[in-house]
Design a protein around this ligand. Structure first.
Ligand SMILES: O=P(O)(O)OC[C@H]1O[C@H](OP(=O)(O)OP(=O)(O)O)[C@H](O)[C@@H]1O
Ligand SMILES: [Mg+2]
Length: 185
């Protein structure tokens, strides 16, 4: 796929690279203040959270350790299957640790609600969520999110870690997908 193909697949740019980076600095400032003097473990949820984890971690000033979980509920489609599968568990024992889960998006909320329950059963000192994007109109399970970057409309988005059928993750901005790509009008 070349740049022209990529351009035709995009419907529009929802959040620019500059807006993303400014928001990440703002979130990092809040996290720095809240976790000052604490030992923080940030947990990225593969694969969508790779970009936000990499940029957020570099914007933080508090010392952190990084770990990763891989879960999948979307497979290759644009709808959550509702079934969360753990593809890779943490390497770290999180008992008595301050844990901040870093996610690219809360859509239905099914993934994070399941994940938070799972992590809480391991007795961390605290477990909070930082999500770059949230779709308020799509949420099916209420989730207590401490840090949110942007509330966005209920449309399928791509870029900055977010994929459609494993593509577009490397776009540096968030865009919406043209309906022709996934079989719409
Ligand atoms: O709130 P929900 O409706 O549960 O959707 C959010 C989840 O779906 C996506 O993951 P996906 O299963 O596509 O895996 P990926 O990160 O590897 O793309 C996204 O990265 C979140 O983890
Ligand atoms: Mg995905």
């Amino acid at each position: 796929m070349d740049a022209a193909d990529m351009g035709r697949d995009l419907s529009n740019v929802l959040i620019s690279e500059d807006e993303l980076q400014a928001k990440i600095k703002e979130l990092a400032g809040q996290i720095d203040a809240d976790y000052a003097g604490k030992d923080l473990l940030i947990v990225g949820v593969l694969k969508g959270a790779v970009m936000i984890m990499a940029d957020l971690a570099r914007a933080l000033h508090v010392p952190v350790q990084m770990d990763w979980m891989a879960v999948s509920s979307y497979g290759a489609g644009t709808k959550s299957s509702g079934v969360v599968r753990v593809l890779k568990d943490l390497d770290t024992d999180i008992a008595n640790r301050h844990v901040l889960v870093v996610e690219d998006i809360i859509d239905s909320g099914l993934t994070l609600s399941w994940l938070l329950n799972n992590l809480q059963s391991r007795n961390p000192a605290s477990a909070e969520i930082c999500a770059l994007l949230r779709k308020p109109d799509a949420v099916k399970v209420p989730i207590d999110v401490k840090y949110v970057g942007f509330d966005i409309p209920n449309e399928f988005v791509i870029g900055y870690g977010l994929d459609y059928a494993e593509r577009y993750r490397n776009l540096p901005f968030i865009g919406t997908l043209a309906p022709h790509v996934y079989g719409g009008e």
